[in-house]
Design a protein around this ligand. Structure first.
Ligand SMILES: N[C@@H](CCC(=O)N[C@@H](CS)C(=O)NCC(=O)O)C(=O)O
Length: 231
């Protein structure tokens, strides 16, 4: 049995879904459109977060750990250039790759914190931590821009890396939502070029990022959210 628990809008889960697609693995999609009960979520993971992944006897959570597992366990790749990297972290750039990936995940955490707080009625300009979180996004993008070699290559030149996939999922998540954040992508030309290239890959198109907020109970075929009458 292979299955992925995810919410429609989660950028962390979207990145994992893209990796599954790049590898060409079939899996049961346990998609949550409306929030589950605490008990249901706790049965899947102690973090109460998605994604959670099951593969045979193994249960994994934390999107980066799931991604590492997938890259190292399944060698097959889509016949697309550049191919999905065979390694999460390059042996000859181990600490650079680990640092870059952790920093990308911090971007995702800051972005989803801002988003979650918006649902409960706290906007960025009403909370000092959220203001700092929004500033963090720009600083991280600025730093990531410096890590890329040029506008044609990703974080592991010659490969599609999990770094590329996760930063694309996180940035597009922020841009798809009315969070009041301008990521100033025109200042970060290498990052912007990478994301534009990735948007064209089949695996990205097959796993679009959809808007979600309380009250959304489904989607039109083009991704337009359908709201509950009670919302
Ligand atoms: N560090 C986690 C973050 C996952 C995460 O924040 N997931 C969000 C959805 S985007 C979630 O489940 N939020 C519910 C919660 O935090 O209670 C990972 O990489 O998997």
């Amino acid at each position: 049995m292979r299955a992925l628990l995810f919410t429609s809008g989660s950028p962390f889960a979207r990145a994992v879904r893209i990796i599954l697609d790049e590898i060409g693995l079939n899996y049961e999609r346990r998609e949550e459109v409306t929030p589950p009960s605490l008990e249901q979520r706790a049965a899947a993971t102690p973090t109460l977060q998605v994604p959670t992944f099951w593969d045979g006897e193994l249960t994994l959570w934390e999107s980066g750990t799931i991604a590492e597992y997938l890259l190292s366990t399944y060698p097959q790749r889509r016949a697309v250039e550049p191919a999905l990297s065979p390694h999460a972290f390059r042996a000859d750039a181990l600490w650079q790759d680990k640092l870059t990936f952790s920093t990308i995940q911090t971007f995702g955490t800051a972005a989803t914190t801002i988003s979650q707080m918006k649902w409960v009625g706290v906007a960025i300009d009403q909370n000092a931590h959220l203001e700092r979180s929004a500033q963090k996004l720009i600083h991280i993008l600025d730093w990531l821009e410096g890590q890329l070699v040029d506008q044609k290559r990703g974080f592991q030149p010659g490969w599609l890396s999990m770094h590329d996939i996760f930063i694309a999922a996180h940035v597009r998540f922020v841009q798809a939502r009315p969070l009041g954040i301008d990521l100033e992508l025109n200042r970060f030309e290498k990052v912007a070029a990478l994301l534009d290239r990735l948007d064209e890959r089949e695996s990205f198109k097959a796993n679009p990022i959809w808007w979600w907020e309380p009250g959304v109970i489904g989607y039109e075929p083009d991704g337009t959210p359908v709201f509950s009458d009670k919302a």
